[in-house]
Design a protein around this ligand. Structure first.
Ligand code: ZN
Length: 344
């Protein structure tokens, strides 16, 4: 069947307001004369360089990105314009339940804050042999070699002193690694006693981290740095396939079982956070086996298009991390993936 691409293009434009679509991607826009302005989603933008014009085109004065609603979606999703036009003509964009990032999460860390994150992580790595960390890893079935390879750590006594020694207390306070106290010592350590799971860039530098409580009573279960959530571990994935899991521990488990995994850190994923997935030909979605997880997996697959393949976890398993506790968990996971691939 040949398509009338010109008609499709018009249909796609007519059905979707650029302003609404851009907002749907979590970009905050403010009126500025005849245009709407916001921070550009296509480059690290500190000022509102991204403008939307009344004629339905956008232009970024920072990186030069420019185009109409089809071009915007193509860029945001890593698609050909024809694929983007098809998505828009069928109104798939903006109809999903993929939530934009919360406003307070949008701030990017400063270089000093990144230095503090990296220093804290390095200090935590040295404490992975702490009995509480080792006991927790054993309880969850996480092999020590995998924990080591993924850069897991433990926030023990001495981490704050290390930050102090490096003159990084101020940025550590700003980025939430340390918290101010009203009296006594000037700060306290919210991550103390937690297993530290880092997001590393290609150079092996930590740029974000989360702390998992090592017992079942401590709340919250995960303490995150108050920064934009990464796709945890995405820069460590090589090749053309990536497996998306929900939680940090699912990520550790999937990697320990040999999958090229990254974690979305929750069932709801803003479309902007999907941008790093543009380079993959195949995206396996391995979300939790509850109703919320299944619905989120369907939404995500819809947003990703044909590249996505939703994997049903083996019967009786509630999430990927659970599989580590089964003697044949890795095998059963690989079988589930092969089965889904065979049916696609
Ligand atoms: Zn830009």
């Amino acid at each position: 069947m040949t398509r009338d691409w010109r008609a499709l293009k018009e249909e796609a434009r007519a059905r979707n307001s650029l302003l609404e679509v851009v907002r749907g991607y979590g970009v905050e826009l403010r009126r500025s004369g005849r245009t709407w302005a916001g921070r550009c989603p296509f480059h690290p933008d500190t000022r509102p360089s991204f403008h939307i014009y009344p004629d339905g085109f956008y232009h970024c004065f920072g990186c030069g990105a420019h185009g109409d609603v089809i071009d915007f979606v193509a860029r945001a999703e890593g698609l050909e314009w024809r694929e983007a036009a098809l998505m828009l003509a069928s109104s798939q964009v903006g109809s999903g339940r993929i939530a934009p990032q919360a406003a307070e999460e949008e701030r990017a860390p400063s270089p000093q804050e990144l230095a503090a994150i990296h220093a804290a992580w390095e200090a935590c790595r040295r404490h992975l042999s702490h009995p509480r960390a080792q006991e927790y890893l054993a309880r969850r079935g996480i092999p020590t070699a995998a924990a080591d390879a993924l850069g897991l750590g433990y926030w023990a006594a001495g981490v704050a002193a290390r930050l102090e020694g490096m003159g990084l207390v101020e940025p550590a306070l700003k980025v939430g690694l340390l918290r101010r106290r009203r009296q006594g010592r000037p700060y306290w350590e919210p991550f103390r006693g937690r297993l530290i799971i880092p997001d590393l860039d290609r150079e092996g530098r930590a740029r974000w981290l989360t702390g998992r409580a090592t017992d079942d009573e401590t709340q919250p279960k995960y303490l995150n740095l108050p920064l934009p959530k990464p796709l945890l571990g995405i820069d460590l994935v090589e090749g053309e396939e990536v497996a998306l899991v929900e939680g940090p521990l699912d990520w550790v488990a999937a990697r320990a079982m040999g999958l090229p995994a990254a974690a979305t850190l929750g069932a709801h994923v803003s479309r902007l956070r999907l941008l790093p997935l543009a380079r993959f030909r195949r995206v396996l979605v391995l979300f939790d086996a509850d109703e919320a997880g299944r619905q989120a997996a369907r939404d995500l697959a819809k947003a990703l298009g044909q590249r996505a393949l939703v994997i049903n976890l083996p019967k009786g398993v509630k999430d990927v991390a659970d599989l580590l506790l089964l003697p044949d968990g890795g095998e059963r996971l690989r079988e589930a993936i092969e089965r889904a691939k065979g049916m696609s």
